[in-house]
Design a protein around this ligand. Structure first.
Ligand code: FMN
Length: 206
């Protein structure tokens, strides 16, 4: 499907019909998520894939009882990974495995390490959550491109998710993305007018 059409036809699905997405299709979605852009390519995220119906039902009360949770095919829990230093090490290894010379990338690696060192724990979380939302964006549009539906969700209790899923401290549930086949239908898109969204440079004092 053409990207412009995807953007207009994707919508926040409130109810899925319970059908399972074929493995071949869901793995293509995972590839689109995995290839999302991130600052320095640090990829500070982990996505938990939940297929088990009992587990989905256990998570529903921690999701304001929203209907998307038990009716979706797969529930993706987008977690920000605050273990940024570990990802920098993994990235360095990956770059070397892909032909980079350790010495020639030293400056770049040291720059990333310096950046990480200067972040407070709070800033690490905020930074990795911002990156994680880019991966979520790929999931939303990617699902539509593959012929199924999705819903971005923040209406859940992250602490409860961490507890139920026994997540390590560095993984912070940031957004949910249930995917499946919609049982509801798309409503008209309600968006602010172009003039209220974009500001042309001619309107600025500079
Ligand atoms: C970060 C984020 C969190 C959201 N949380 C929820 C949610 O918990 N439940 C829900 O039904 N929709 C949720 N939505 C969907 C929005 O309400 C929806 O995207 C918005 O109304 C625009 O509608 P559309 O996506 O259908 O075009 C969320 C959207 C975003 C981007």
């Amino acid at each position: 499907m053409e990207f412009e059409k995807i953007v207009h036809e994707r919508y926040a699905t409130k109810l899925f019909d319970g059908r399972k997405i074929p493995e071949e299709k869901i793995s293509r979605l995972f590839e689109m998520i995995r290839h999302a852009a991130s600052s320095f390519n640090i990829q500070p995220w982990k996505i938990i894939i939940i297929k088990d119906q009992k587990l989905k039902e256990k998570l529903q009360p921690a999701t304001w009882n929203q209907q998307q949770i038990p009716t979706c095919s797969h529930l993706l829990v987008f977690c920000a990974d605050t273990g940024i230093a570990g990802n920098i090490d993994r990235l360095e290894k990956l770059m070397i495995e892909n032909g980079a010379d350790k010495e020639s990338i030293k400056g770049y690696i040291d720059m990333m390490k310096g950046f990480e060192k200067n972040l407070s724990e709070e800033q690490k979380l905020s930074w990795s959550q911002r990156q994680t939302f880019l991966a979520l964006g790929n999931a939303l549009n990617g699902a539509k491109s593959l012929g199924f539906d999705s819903c971005p969700m923040e209406g859940f209790n992250p602490a409860e998710y961490s507890r139920i899923l026994s997540l390590p401290k560095n993984l912070v549930p940031t957004a949910l993305c249930p995917v499946g086949y919609a049982k509801d239908t798309q409503k008209d898109k309600l968006r602010f007018a172009k003039k209220d969204v974009f500001i042309e440079d001619s309107k600025l004092k500079w």
